[in-house]
Design a protein around this ligand. Sequence first.
Ligand code: GLC
Ligand code: CA
Length: 500
Amino acid sequence: MSEWWRTAAIYQVYPRSYADGNGDGIGDLAGVRQRLGHIRDLGVDAIWFSPWYPSPMADFGYDVADHRGIDPLFGTLAEAVRLIEEAHDLGLRVIIDVIPNHCSDQHPWFVRGIRDRFWFRPGRAPGLPPNDWQSVFGGPAWTQVEDGEWYLHLFAREQPDLNWTHPAVRADFEDILRFWFDRGVDGVRIDSATMCVKDPALVDAAPDRDEVHDIYRAWRRVADSYDPPRVLIGEVWLPDPARFAAYLRPDEMHTAFNFDFLGCPWDAKALRRCIDDTLAAHEVVGAPSTWVLSNHDVTRHVTRFGRADTAFDFASRGARHGMPVDLALGTRRARAAILLTAALPGSVYVYQGEELGLPEVEDLPSSVRQDPMHTRSAGADPGRDGCRVPLPWSSDLEPSWLPQPSSWAALSVAAQEADPASMLSLYRSALRLRRCLDGPMTWLDLGDEVLAFRRGTVVCMINISPRDVPLPSSTPLLTSEPIGAFLPPDTGVWLLDSGA
Ligand code: GLC
Ligand code: CA
């Protein structure tokens, strides 16, 4: 039990869009408390909460004004503490987001003008920022203040980057960790974890400098000083497997998100290569891998898998947006995909709404889109609003901060709960049965277009070919579609293997 994070299924709650307790159209902690049973019934081990802190919401909570409080939109600190206790009572652990790279421009340090805790610099010439770095959200990464100096923000201008060479920044974050660990939080998801340390000369824009590891070694000491030890989970987008794995050395983070898998197309060869590379990179450091299909930043996978081009990356999100989508096909593949994902060794993340098979809402009018990725790119990037539309709980869709399509009435929790063929029922079965899967995986060779592997006594087979594939005579435990003697295209199955 002590190393629960090695095999955990973790459900991501985006508080603004999970459940609205007071009817103002915005999700809140009261809503989460009313709907905790949904998460328990899914059969997951933990909840990860996207930021719930006081924030002007320029980046919907990823611009934190106070890491030790709760935004009044969501509720109060006392409610958060109750929520943590209630989750624990249901056997669910609680992970919260911590954002070390930047804070809000309404954070007291920034408001009071304590410049050495940020990156303030003079321009390189009148009217020109100190260097040519670009913000992840588009446009220059520098904003000029009244006296002519500029400050660095790798994201929106409302998110000034913190200066991690300053001891007060380090001390404050270690204190923030203790603040929440003392209140029962079981671990943290570390936002933009590779970006905190900058080239001191501000020349080399490449993120992921070696000095960043000192930060997480110090955090690990804090986490390990608790009983049971708390857990560190990194948001680490790095293409180089060795640099990625460095974050998972025994004295640093416990796990990190596997974005390679998230971006992988629905293609057997590509998936197999990704799985092998992931396992190999993790083995070196003895860390468990994580498997993620969707989160609050990317196009929902029902939509991705329903396109001709099923891959995801930020650079081409705009170009893929609005391409023809076959939602029935995407849904069928998403059903097979959860059987694949939940069968892999390591831990698995479920982003709220994927258990309902929600598609990306691609046709939100520009006037309701609010994500800075959309607004800062002058509309070139559709942004992330389409994966953040609030969950439909019942077929009476209620007004919310982003409107739900009327077709979502049929996808509501109430509509799916009693239907054994629904996506929700499939997720519940898969996440429950997953607990019986044990040990490492071994590939079975069923050709290039079928993913097949054994884990203990269970065989997982996913047919990514356009034709039926013969099935062994073993007993099916769970299938993503009805099957007979053959496994149809885009279908997954878990079989009880007698070992013969
Ligand atoms: C991470 C978050 C994203 C946020 C960004 C800046 O990538 O997942 O939602 O906008 O960091 O904090
Ligand atoms: Ca509300």
